[in-house]
Design a protein around this ligand. Structure first.
Ligand code: NAP
Length: 343
């Protein structure tokens, strides 16, 4: 098969479309002929050599894909060859084929194209596991989502609104803030020009956020704690503003507040807190919202997979809203050409 390989690590990295060995579906795995793969910020870090893949995972980029099941490994009874699916991957999505544990596979939701489904697994599983399963999101809570225009942010706004929360977002461009409002955000904050703590407290009569979904990390730690309501939860999933900061435990203590940091990719396949557990809950609770049209994938742009470098440059430049996708060329299933056969 063909896949995107990293010829030279860096920011930007040199990516190459190259022939590589085919993956094989092992026990409890399925093999997917990839239709498309989603680009995630972690892919840029991996290409730069700053995100080691979890042990046992493919070195090929790509943490999610859509496609058609072409083989099932020993012990798989939940999926059949020919089914259209999307899947959460530990790696290997920037390729024509990928093998993935069957428990990380989801059906393509009704009303969503096979292409667009490639952008769903990572954002739905990250948002649901953090906002609902970890932070305990409930109706009438106030949720602050940093980076409202990101792939993660555009899904988080919709999920939080569906769960009955009031949603505040930060973003850096008027066009992005406007789009967040269209998706349902009620409080929009230009983080480059406004102090999000001041704006949020003013807009919520001093209450603050019951939950903050944070992608910035160290740079926002103190202001995030200042923005938390009593009993609030700060859930950090991104470290774009650094990893190390001083923590004022006294403010946390007085607010009875908590800080949680999570990563999806390094979770185990099965058991408590696993990817399999998250995918099962996402399928049961979030997939019906997508199938009904209440929650929709937000797609910024689509690139040919062989041009993955252009897609990475678009993400690195910023200003995109929603997911960037890579369309894979179809797997060639024709028999070998006649000329290659001996008479
Ligand atoms: N822990 C996990 O399991 C997990 C899983 C998936 C993603 N993530 C993380 O989630 C984040 C979003 O991922 P993605 O793939 O959706 O990336 P993305 O689409 O490229 O989004 C990056 C976002 O970060 C925002 N941002 C950057 N600096 C900011 C600041 N100082 N204040 C507020 N927002 C800021 C950007 O906002 P503007 O464009 O408006 O400036 C942009 O919306 C990344 O940090 C990623 O690593 C974590």
């Amino acid at each position: 098969m063909w896949a995107v390989t990293i010829e030279r690590q860096g920011a930007p990295a040199t990516l190459r479309w190259a022939e590589v060995p085919d993956p094989v579906a092992g026990p409890a795995e399925v093999l997917i002929d990839v239709a498309a793969s989603g680009v995630n910020r972690a892919d840029l870090l991996q290409a730069a050599g700053r995100y080691p893949v979890p042990p046992g995972a493919s070195e090929i980029l790509g943490m999610e894909c859509s496609g058609v099941i072409s083989a099932v490994g020993p012990g798989v009874t939940s999926w059949r060859v020919g089914e259209q699916v999307c899947a959460l991957l530990a790696g290997g999505g920037y390729a024509q084929k990928v093998a993935v544990p069957a428990v990380q596979v989801l059906p393509v939701p009704d009303g969503v194209s096979l292409l667009d489904a490639a952008g769903l697994p990572e954002v739905t599983c990250t948002v649901w596991s953090n906002l609902v399963m970890t932070a305990g999101l409930r109706a009438r809570q106030i949720v602050l989502i940093h980076g409202g225009g990101s792939g993660i942010g555009t899904m988080a706004i919709q999920v939080a609104r569906q769960e009955g929360a009031t949603v505040a977002v930060t973003a850096s461009r008027p066009r992005t803030l406007e789009f967040c409002r269209e998706l349902g955000a009620q409080i929009t904050i230009d983080y480059g020009r406004e102090d999000f703590v001041e704006v949020l407290l003013a807009a919520t009569d001093g209450h603050g956020a019951d939950i903050i979904l944070d992608v910035v990390g160290a740079k926002y730690l103190q202001r995030n704690i200042a923005a938390l309501a009593d009993g609030g939860r700060l859930v950090t999933i991104g470290l774009q503003g650094g990893t190390t900061a001083e923590l004022d435990i006294n403010t946390l203590l007085r607010k009875r507040a908590g800080i949680i940091a999570t990563a999806l990719r390094s979770r185990p396949v099965g058991g408590s807190g696993s990817k399999g557990e998250i995918v099962a809950e996402v399928r049961e609770r979030l997939w019906p919202m997508i199938s009904s049209g209440a929650v929709r994938p937000v797609i910024d742009s689509v690139f040919d997979m062989a041009k993955a470098g252009d897609a990475h440059r678009r993400m690195a430049a910023g200003g995109h809203v929603g997911k960037i996708l890579l369309r894979a060329p179809a797997v060639d299933r024709r028999p070998p050409a006649a000329a290659a056969r001996t008479p």
